[in-house]
Design a protein around this ligand. Structure first.
Ligand code: AMP
Length: 297
């Protein structure tokens, strides 16, 4: 187990313990469990930004002074498709550790590939109802990778609760279902999406965008707001909202709509008519970068 630098005036709030071995993490988790501490866990793929910091702040708040907050950083290869951006996914371990320290995180858990996926690894966790549409349909195998890694991380960290972002709404729903179905004693908490000034949801992938693409990317949020305004006046056919979204996206020279869905937030089943409470989610390629967003209408 290594320790990060000790800043001058060291106190508990600006000191993050770095753990890379699963056994060391489990040992800490068991120790905290015996002491009856709340353990709040925030799983991430790193390149941390203020969106992630929001989850950590929520975790810190729920953990209280006596509880512990663990952030994992692991770019999970099994949730990327063969043509996706695994190899070029941005990484910045030092920056991530700094952000965790500032957010009052206790443990920075960064397991290695060899330990996470030994050469003869041959098990997977798959949710079979909520994971089928939207991201699951557009990215075959994605959720199987997500549920497998989150189950493994739960078994490594042994948290009492885990915090996920509403930005990945379907992911949070799939994980909540997996947690219940497999009886993980973990409470699932969902924290709101943090956005840039123009409404673009913060994402590690925003780094890929050129300045012009970055401007065009605001169309995801604008499309959601347009739908929210329409639905606030009267119920609207999902087909009509879909058409309107497609038009807005097509007006951006480098943007291409992957999907837009209107669905029940509990079952994730598509609705024919969107009304207040319906959830809207969309995925848009801006250049080669695939961005997602969602919100309640
Ligand atoms: P990632 O590192 O992209 O896998 O995300 C790790 C966690 O952070 C997931 O629960 C995401 O939903 C959450 N997250 C990512 N971006 C945001 C954001 N802009 N606001 C809130 N949560 C976010």
């Amino acid at each position: 187990m290594e320790w990060s630098c000790r800043p001058a005036g060291f106190d508990q709030d600006c000191f993050v313990r770095i753990v890379s071995k699963i056994s060391a993490m489990q040992q800490l988790g068991r120790q905290w469990q015996r002491a009856g501490k709340a353990v709040l866990f925030v799983p991430t793929m790193g390149f941390l930004h203020r969106g992630h910091a929001g989850l950590m702040e929520r975790a810190r708040q729920l953990a209280g002074r006596n509880g512990r907050v663990v952030v994992s950083v692991y770019v999970n290869p099994t949730q990327f498709g063969p043509k996706e951006d695994f190899a070029r996914y941005p990484r910045d371990a030092k920056g991530d550790q700094r952000l965790c320290r500032a957010a009052g995180v206790d443990v920075f858990f960064a397991p290695g590939d060899a330990e996470m996926y030994p050469a003869d690894f041959s098990t997977a966790v798959q949710e079979e109802k909520l994971a089928g549409g939207m991201e699951g349909a557009a990215r075959p195998g994605h959720f199987r990778g997500v549920t497998t890694i989150v189950a493994k991380l739960f078994n490594a960290v042994l948290p009492t609760a885990a915090v996920f972002g509403a930005k990945d709404f379907q992911q949070a729903a799939v994980i909540r279902r997996m947690t219940r179905d497999l009886n993980f004693p973990v409470k699932i908490v969902v924290a709101p999406t943090r956005r840039e000034a123009d409404g673009l949801a913060m994402s590690s992938r925003n780094k890929y965008l050129s300045p012009s693409q970055r401007e065009q990317a605001a169309v995801l949020r604008r499309a959601i707001e347009r739908a929210q305004e329409a639905v606030a006046r009267r119920p609207v056919a999902a087909a009509q909202l879909r058409l309107e979204t497609a038009r807005m996206v097509a007006a951006q020279p480098e943007a291409r709509l992957d999907y837009v869905e209107f669905f029940d937030p509990q079952t994730l089943e598509p609705v024919r008519t969107a009304r207040p409470g319906t959830r809207m989610a969309l995925a848009v390629y801006v250049g080669r970068t695939r961005l997602i967003d969602n919100d309640e209408l």
